[in-house]
Design a protein around this ligand. Structure first.
Ligand code: FES
Ligand SMILES: [Fe+2]
Length: 368
């Protein structure tokens, strides 16, 4: 599956995990080589749980949400029995995409030639099929996709070889208690197209080292000296107290948690508010970042203007991050750069992510 030069991409030196005090950052080629991108699609994104949407984004019977997991189209829907089910969004006739038709029964209909499926995935209706021989509908049901719901958040995986979702998220529930993300209401989704490899964006999320330079306004809000990064097996947490002054984020008291869940999901949790970010790889040098906003009381917070302020503020910060990430992508692709080093004090999260990545690549190579 890999081209000839993959050996160099995955040399022992590149895969070796050294202590942070001595470690180098991952090689620059990992941020733009098409072979590596393909490898990640196949061995990383097909092999890990991916966040899809919140349960209350599909609260009514027949509601659905479509997404792609490592280029596999997936549809999640609320069935007539009020269950959440997921299937590959691929019709068994000639691969067309499905849409949900609401009625007395929830039915999935292919948007190409109109084959219909029940919400358990079984094939129901086929137009103009009477002359076909040696055909059994039972062999042409939709492929199911495994899903799990944690605190209202729906995750899907298309391969069984992944670590369990519970180990990915272990300890978060206890840490954020009494907050329960399942109680929050969905507000809106915002998509940013970013001209950088998905890992540039993730690296950037994982450290507060850049805050004083890239986000001077945010630096005024946070107590940067108290900024802490904690790492667990499959996720890391950054938190920082707000400075005492009044701001829309400090007024409720409580703490802010910025979680990163391997490989590409972020949970930004503040009292009464959740922002989920998913970093979707698009090409070796492009990604899409989806921001989903949730609040404990959308109506009240909308009235008070808090939601507009929150989204506008996050948008400004995001534009600063996008600008620096796109510049970093150019730097990584330049002749001047290959590998750098880490601040032991400020870049624990980036080191943790890059070490997990190396371990996952090593496992994948051993299997492939
Ligand atoms: S591809 Fe679905 S009906 Fe033809
Ligand atoms: Fe940032």
């Amino acid at each position: 599956m890999m081209a000839k030069n993959s050996k160099n991409l995955f040399s022992e030196e590149n895969l070796n995990v050294e202590p942070i005090q001595r470690a180098k950052t991952i090689p620059s080629r990992w941020y733009f080589e098409p072979d590596l991108f393909e490898f990640e699609q196949h061995y990383l994104f097909q092999n890990h749980w991916q966040y899809v949407c919140h349960e209350n984004q599909i609260s009514e019977v027949g509601d659905s949400y479509t997404t792609n997991i490592a280029r596999n189209p997936v549809i999640i829907l609320r069935t007539a029995d009020h269950e959440v089910k997921a299937f590959f969004n691929v019709c068994k006739h000639r691969g067309g995409p499905l849409a949900v038709k609401k009625g007395t029964k929830t039915v999935l209909q292919c948007q190409y030639h109109g084959w219909t499926y029940l919400d358990d995935g079984s094939l129901r209706g086929i137009p103009d099929w009477n002359l076909v021989e040696l055909f059994d509908k039972k062999d042409f049901g939709l492929e199911p996709v495994e899903i799990k719901v944690w605190q209202g958040l729906i995750f899907a995986r298309i391969s069984k070889t992944t670590p369990e979702l519970s180990s990915l998220l272990s300890g978060i529930e206890k840490r954020i208690s009494p907050i329960n993300l399942g109680d929050l209401q969905f507000h809106s989704e915002h998509v940013y197209d970013v001209e950088c490899n998905w890992k540039v964006y993730v690296d950037n999320f994982l450290e507060g080292y850049h805050i004083p330079i890239v986000h001077p306004e945010l630096a005024n809000l946070l107590d940067y000296r108290e900024y802490v990064t904690e790492t667990q097996t499959w996720h890391s947490l950054q938190h920082s107290p707000f400075k005492a002054q009044e701001s829309m984020y400090s007024q409720n008291g409580g703490e802010a948690y910025y979680y990163f869940i391997f490989p590409n999901m972020m949970l930004n949790i503040l009292p009464g508010r959740l922002q989920v970010n998913t970093v979707v790889p698009v090409s070796p040098t492009k990604c899409k970042v989806i921001f989903s906003y949730f609040y404990d009381d959308v109506e009240a917070k909308q009235k008070s203007g808090l939601i507009d302020d929150d989204i506008a503020y996050s948008h400004d910060i995001q534009l600063e991050d996008v600008e620096i990430c796109e510049a970093v992508q150019c730097g990584l692709q330049s002749r001047a750069y290959d590998q750098g080093r880490f601040s032991v004090k400020r870049e624990q999260g980036v080191y943790h992510f890059q070490s997990l990545l190396k371990n996952e690549f090593r496992k994948a190579i051993q299997k492939s």
